[in-house]
Design a protein around this ligand. Structure first.
Ligand SMILES: NC(=O)C1=CN([C@@H]2O[C@H](COP(=O)(O)OP(=O)(O)OC[C@H]3O[C@@H](n4cnc5c(N)ncnc54)[C@H](O)[C@@H]3O)[C@@H](O)[C@H]2O)[C@@H](O)CC1
Ligand SMILES: [K+]
Length: 489
């Protein structure tokens, strides 16, 4: 998994890479520019597009100049806009690229930018080098860039955005941020959505081993990381090996949630799925998911007969006693979602009773209900870390870049998913997937990594086909394709 390091450490990352790969820092910058241009030319942007590039005096500006030179070579019409008063303070690689500006590429002051003259703006004014509050003149430049109504693409970071903390001033509002090597932490904060826009991470060939020299408890989960966490089953495996799963879910009027979680657990590979539901509602489960079994709220249940238990989707808020019964009688990690989280929020004494290693899956609203309001995402994450470590629990904070908060303090940002997943029932599907992986004998960490990533991947596949018409059942239908895409049978 890719370590997310601090903005202030990027210069050291740069130096270590340059030494390790025996290249110059100019060559590393060229690599970054080439990867950007490769991406840009694949974006169906017409060659007749008029592209404005704002460039600053540091290496972010150097990237912009190199990008301008390469795009000019591809036939784009490029106009550079310098964001500084004098050429004397340029970083050495920015200076080198400045000297390489090709004949035919216009270069003016940022003050002369006319928004009507362009189809696209590339923002390479400031990157991870910003320190402290944005200076007055820089704020004017940011406003100028933001006055452009068309597509704005930020290089590495939207200018003005600090790399690791919440932003208290106006930054460039990019439609897309193309960031190099690893996602800068602040690009993953929901409060920065209007600045970062869509995020693209481009590999610039820095080996993972170099990141390991930095201390960080933040990680970024990519598709290539997944296989190592999946279990393999052999030809003598039988349905018992794939786990006996119990889903405690559903109440009158909310049986859909139980059905989604149940179907999802079956599609994720569970051999035997039982649903604990109100007896009156048994017909709905039997007719919609014939592969599942049902037991009823009022009967005696031997919880320890199951390999994993997921509790919460559509459960109703009157199940405090049931929740306590599960905690008292099941010693292994459980998955807690939806109404189970609200019951917890109302009865915090229960935190101490939750089996160690369990997984709580709140979205931002549920997190607030459980733990209160936070001014910034970084404060929220710090609280989640302390909570997970002190209670020896895991937490999946659901959102655009879902964060897997582990009981050892590590926090892993997910990279899969799409905006069409913001629809009813998608959380119930995740509960089914996590419970299923736990039941198949995955550790809580492996269950969360595989469940969260694959949930996002299935969402992407469903979103491609169904766009905004996507519903949670479409996501379940794509779980098999998500296994195939990962090469997991
Ligand atoms: N190590 C890496 O991985 C690579 C980094 N590269 C680029 O290098 C960038 C970092 O370059 P630098 O370290 O030169 O920094 P930047 O170019 O991001 O910023 C430096 C400039 O910001 C100004 N500045 C600092 N604080 C400010 C404030 N509060 N208000 C206004 N201006 C302020 C400084 O005066 C300086 O001129 C990255 O964002 C990336 O774009 C790329 O060249 C590729 C390789
Ligand atoms: K930038």
């Amino acid at each position: 998994m890719l370590r997310i390091i601090k903005g202030s450490e990027v210069a050291t990352l740069d130096e270590l890479t340059v030494v390790h790969q025996r290249i110059s820092s100019f060559e590393l910058m060229e690599r970054a520019a080439l990867s950007f241009v490769n991406w840009f030319t694949n974006q169906a942007m017409s060659k007749s597009s008029r592209v404005a590039i704002f460039f600053g005096p540091g290496n972010n500006g150097g990237d912009g100049l190199a990008i301008g030179r390469l795009l000019h070579k591809h036939g784009y019409s490029i106009h550079l806009f310098s964001c500084f008063e004098s050429n004397s303070g340029l970083s050495s690689d920015c200076q080198k690229n400045f000297e390489l500006i090709p004949f035919g590429v216009l270069n003016s002051s940022w003050k002369e930018f006319q928004k009507e003259d362009f189809d696209c703006v590339i923002d390479s004014f400031l990157g991870v080098g910003i320190r402290g509050e944005l200076r007055h003149q820089a704020k004017n430049i940011v406003s100028k860039i933001n006055s452009f109504p068309g597509k704005k693409i930020a290089v590495d970071l939207p200018s003005g955005l600090p790399a690791d903390t919440s932003c208290l001033w106006e930054c460039v509002q990019a439609d897309i941020t193309v960031t190099f090597a690893f996602p800068k932490l602040s690009l993953l904060f929901p409060e920065h959505a209007k600045y970062s826009g869509e995020m693209v991470v481009l590999d610039i060939g820095i080996p993972d081993s170099i990141y390991e020299q930095f201390n960080s408890y933040f990680f970024f989960l990519r598709e290539i990381d997944l296989c190592a966490f999946h279990k393999t089953f052999h030809r003598f495996s039988h349905k018992g090996d794939f786990g006996k799963v119990l889903l405690v879910a559903g109440s009158k009027g909310k049986m859909g949630a139980a059905m989604l979680a149940t179907k999802s657990a079956l599609r994720t590979g569970s051999g035997l799925v039982t649903c604990l539901v109100p007896e009156d509602e048994r017909c709905s489960i039997h007719s919609s998911v014939p592969e599942a079994m049902a037991v009823f709220y009022d009967s005696e249940i031997n919880f320890s007969a199951y390999d994993s238990i997921g509790i919460g989707p559509g459960l109703g808020l009157d199940k405090l006693v049931l929740l306590e019964r599960v905690f008292d009688n099941f010693p292994y990690p459980v998955v807690l979602d939806a109404d189970a989280l609200t019951i917890l929020a109302r009865n915090p004494y229960l935190f101490a009773k939750i089996p160690k290693g369990s997984i709580l899956t709140p979205h931002l609203g549920e997190f607030e209900r459980l733990f209160g309001n936070f001014e910034s995402h970084i404060d929220r994450l710090k609280f989640a870390q302390d909570f997970c470590v002190s209670h020896q629990l895991n937490l999946v904070l659901k959102g655009a870049n879902t964060v897997i908060c582990l009981s050892d303090g590590r926090q892993i940002f997910n990279s899969s998913g799409c905006r069409h997943m913001a629809t009813a029932g998608v959380g119930d599907v995740l509960t089914g997937m996590l419970t299923s992986f736990l039941g198949q004998g995955y550790s809580p960490e492996a269950a969360m990594i595989c469940g969260v990533f694959q949930h996002g991947l299935a969402g992407e596949l469903a979103g491609m086909e169904k766009v905004r018409s996507m519903i949670a059942s479409d996501l379940i239908d794509q779980i098999p394709a998500s296994f195939k895409k990962l090469g997991v049978e």
